[in-house]
Design a protein around this ligand. Structure first.
Ligand code: NAD
Ligand code: WQD
Length: 345
């Protein structure tokens, strides 16, 4: 199997953790990232963890010329495609930006892969492609669609594009990885999630309250039909998720076609349970206020993760306690994330 992988969006939250997992598994990584939502410091930290170099190209995946240069200068065997915009709320305000980056960006990448004979692709999809009507737990055979925002629709659209491309070209093999709710950070505390502005997601918000950057957490809704009234999600450790990408690469080696895999733990945890688990792991109290529901939130969903176990040999090994302890280690060691040294934030 070829060992050199192009990682788009490699400076981002999941990308940076995946770089560590790739290097630990003996892969060489080449990164393209525009740094529109990340810092080059993350790549320096990854190299500090692994002791191995990463070749970095700063630029946009829609830049055909740059992609051509990357594929010419490096014997790339496979691509892991993280690059894209991911803020659900913002996607409704700026739908064209989201379709441009996520859909057009994937098309340009796919064309370049085709032109340079690169035949294996791992794509960052999302549990959001199951839409608002799917029964839980989500299983890959369910129909997808009925997405409720442009971000989700962009992921759904790229899945369709990749299925069609793989059907037309038997040499192409694609893993569509549907992530549930990634949280946590590398146990070194050197890399983690560093959102710009006010965090949209639960764990970064809690961590910023705990470190004193925000006053209190708003819990969005306590009247859902769940055991404690707050929403249930399938939170998984980003280090487990990163390893899932290595397993998917190994699986792709002798396959053709496009296959979807859920990457989750198979368990739902409530918002209140998360707050308590975080407090226990960090020893810090997280003040919270019960607030109205957030538009678009579903009451409860979690993964049926048995396909990834059977076919990829992947399971999420790290539990809630580790997720919370590692989130806190990252946040307390880096209260301003990649901070003042970050050039693009
Ligand atoms: P992130 O924003 O931290 O990482 C994305 C990276 O892509 C960033 O470094 C950003 O600078 C870069 N980027 C964005 N647009 C680009 C472009 N056009 N050209 C080049 N680089 C570009 O996000 P993340 O949480 O690491 O997510 C990675 C992927 O996983 C995304 O595709 C996201 O939609 C998907 N995903 C994330 C989650 C989650 O909860 N974090 C869940 C499901 C799916
Ligand atoms: C989790 C729970 C909130 C913040 C989103 C995307 C999804 C995927 C992962 C990319 C919910 C509650 C949150 C807060 C709260 N991303 N919450 N107070 O909404 O499950 O998924 O990220 O693909 O597509 O939609 O994650 O972390 O935003 O919320 O009470 O300040 O925490 O209501 O129940 P979500 P989240």
């Amino acid at each position: 199997m070829g060992r050199r992988v192009l990682v788009t969006g490699g400076a981002g939250y999941i990308g940076s953790h995946t770089l560590v997992a790739l290097q630990e598994a003996g892969f060489e990584a080449v990164v393209i990232d525009s740094l529109c939502n990340s810092s080059e410091v993350a790549l320096q930290r990854v190299q500090a963890i692994s002791g191995k170099p990463i070749r970095f190209y700063r630029g946009d995946i829609r830049n055909r010329k740059l992609l051509g240069q990357i594929f010419t200068e490096n014997a790339i065997h496979a691509v892991i495609h993280f690059a894209g915009l991911k803020a659900v709320g913002e996607s409704s305000q700026k739908p064209i930006d989201y379709y441009q980056s996520n859909v057009s960006g994937s098309l340009v990448l796919l064309e370049a892969m085709q032109a340079f004979g690169v035949k294996q692709l791992v794509f960052s999809s999302s549990a959001t492609v199951y839409g608002s009507e799917a029964p839980v737990p989500y299983v890959e055979t369910l129909q997808t669609g009925r997405t409720s925002n442009p971000y989700g629709t962009s992921k759904w659209m790229v899945e369709q594009v990749l299925r069609d491309a793989a059907a037309a070209n038997p040499e192409l093999s694609v893993a569509l990885l549907r992530y549930f709710n990634p949280v946590g950070a590398h146990p070194s505390g050197l890399i983690g999630e560093d959102p710009q502005g006010i965090p949209n997601n639960l764990l970064p918000y809690i961590a910023q309250v705990a470190v004193g950057k925000r006053n209190e957490l708003s819990i969005f809704g306590d009247d859902y039909p769940t055991p404690d009234g707050t929403c249930l999600r399938d939170y998984l450790h980003v280090v487990d998720l990163a390893i899932g990408h290595v397993r998917a690469l190994e699986w792709l080696a002798d396959k053709s076609g496009a296959e979807a895999f859920n990457l989750g733990t198979g368990r739902g945890t409530s918002v209140l349970e998360i707050v308590r688990a975080f407090e226990q792991a960090s020893g810090v109290t997280v003040p919270y206020r019960l607030s109205p529901r957030r538009a678009g939130d579903l009451p409860a969903f979690w993964a049926d993760a048995s396909k990834a176990k059977c076919e990829l040999g992947w399971v999420a090994n790290l539990g809630l306690e580790q997720m919370m302890a590692d989130t806190w280690r990252w946040q307390s060691k880096n209260p301003h994330g990649y901070g003042a040294v970050a050039t693009n934030k």
